[in-house]
Each structure stands twice: as structure tokens, then as C-alpha cells.
Design a protein around this ligand. Structure first.
Ligand code: SAH
Length: 207
């Protein structure tokens, strides 16, 4: 997976490649999908949600420009896979999940796997998580209508926010927002992506 799906494309950050080489993706999918665990695409995890394609997890993690030891926030825990990738590199990871059953499952799995630097929070991640802020990096693994202001405000100066943003729930642009100083943010459009909707107060309305 690391060679064919990541290194053969544009994933070159050695920290990302080695982190993803250490994690067993089959632990994050149900028995029904275990044989497809290293498939080059997303897989269902129940509750109409998915574990992201490995390449997309790698691309987003690389876009955060982590060097090791950072304080990172993830919105959209899902299976917990991307949180584990982040925790292999960063110092501390806070991850927020809207669906309580997924939050509970991921918390149990990540603690069984021995990750003691990940806090799983059940709640609306569009508001961020101020008790652990400010963050060096924030990654949102669901697509929203705009960049949530709360997340921008919880970035350190120099911090990066990677988020899929689109005018409809079917397609998004992957954006990197960098906090240049207190009141200035720069935006880069990295590529087109397709994510499940980011719902909540600063996301799409909850159905
Ligand atoms: N990072 C995950 C991918 C999860 S898919 C993985 O590696 O498996 C996106 C997740 O975002 C879904 O589980 C969905 O329930 C969650 N989500 C959507 N809106 C959210 C919000 N406002 N706060 C927290 N989680 C949210």
C-alpha cells in the first residue's frame, strides 16, 4: 500500500510514509471488509460514514507539514485510522466525532492499540475544542460549506488547517489555511476531493 498507493504518487514525506507503514488498517474496518483493508479507496464503517482512502489520509497529513511533537486537532474521528496516523507523528492528538457510537468504538480501539496521546471527544467539531487549543495543525476529514471561524481562531500563529470545502455536499476543494499572524490567514487550493458532509453549527445542517 505504501509503495503502490502513496510513494508512487506524490507522497514523499518520510514521516507520513513510515507512520502509514506502521499502522494495520485492517484493525479499523469491520470483519466484513477486512479482506479489502488495503484497497485503494474509502470503505464503509457504518452510520453512513467511511474510513478515508489511504492516499487521501496521507495527502492530508503531508499537507499539515508536521515535523514531530505537535499539538493536533482532528475533526471527524470515524474509525480512528487518521487519528492513529497523526498520533504516530504528532505529540498530542485531540479528535472529535459527532456520532457517539463511532466516538466510543474509536476510543476503545485506539486505547487497545496502546495510543496514550489521543483524546477522543464526542461533539460538534466545527466549534473546535478550546480546552486543548491552540493547535499547530487542524485537519477536518469531512466536507463543509465554508471554513469554520472557530477552527481558524484555535490555530497558533504559523498553524495549518487542512479542510475540504465545497458549495454542495458532493464535491469539495481541499484547502490549506495558514495563520500568518493574529488577523491574517492565507489560503491554498490543493486539489479536488469527495468527502462525507461536515455537519453542525459551522457546517451543513444536521438532517
Ligand atoms: N478520519 C476518519 C474518516 C471519517 S469520515 C477515518 O480515518 O476513519 C468523517 C467523519 O466525520 C464521520 O465519522 C462523521 O460522523 C464525522 N463528522 C461529520 N461532521 C462532524 C462534526 N461537526 N464534528 C465531528 N465529527 C463530524
Amino acid at each position: 500500500m505504501v509503495e503502490r498507493q502513496l510513494a508512487a504518487r506524490d507522497i514523499s514525506d518520510p514521516l507520513v510514509l513510515s507512520a502509514m507503514g506502521r499502522i494495520q488498517r485492517e484493525k479499523f474496518v469491520s470483519a466484513d471488509y477486512r479482506s479489502q483493508a488495503y484497497h485503494d479507496g474509502p470503505l464503509p464503517i457504518g452510520y453512513r460514514q467511511t474510513i478515508s482512502q489511504p492516499y487521501i489520509v496521507a495527502l492530508m497529513t503531508q499537507a499539515l507539514r508536521l515535523k514531530g511533537g505537535e499539538n493536533v486537532l482532528e475533526i471527524g474521528t470515524g474509525s480512528g485510522y487518521a487519528a492513529a496516523v497523526l498520533a504516530e507523528i504528532a505529540g498530542k492528538v485531540t479528535t472529535i466525532e459527532f456520532i457517539s457510537e463511532l466516538a466510543q468504538q474509536a476510543e476503545r480501539l485506539l486505547s487497545d492499540l496502546g495510543y496514550d496521546n489521543i483524546s477522543v471527544i464526542h461533539g460538534d467539531g466545527t466549534l473546535g475544542y478550546s480546552p486543548n487549543a491552540p493547535y499547530d495543525a487542524i485537519v477536518v476529514t469531512a466536507g463543509g460549506p465554508e471554513v469554520p471561524e472557530s477552527l481558524k481562531q484555535q490555530l497558533k500563529t504559523g498553524g495549518r488547517l487542512v479542510i475540504p470545502v465545497g458549495a454542495t455536499t458532493s464535491m469539495q476543494s481541499l484547502l490549506r489555511v495558514t495563520r500568518e499572524d493574529k488577523n491574517n490567514f492565507s489560503h491554498e487550493d490543493l486539489c479536488g476531493v469527495r468527502f462525507v458532509p461536515l455537519v453542525g453549527e459551522e457546517g451543513w445542517p444536521v438532517e
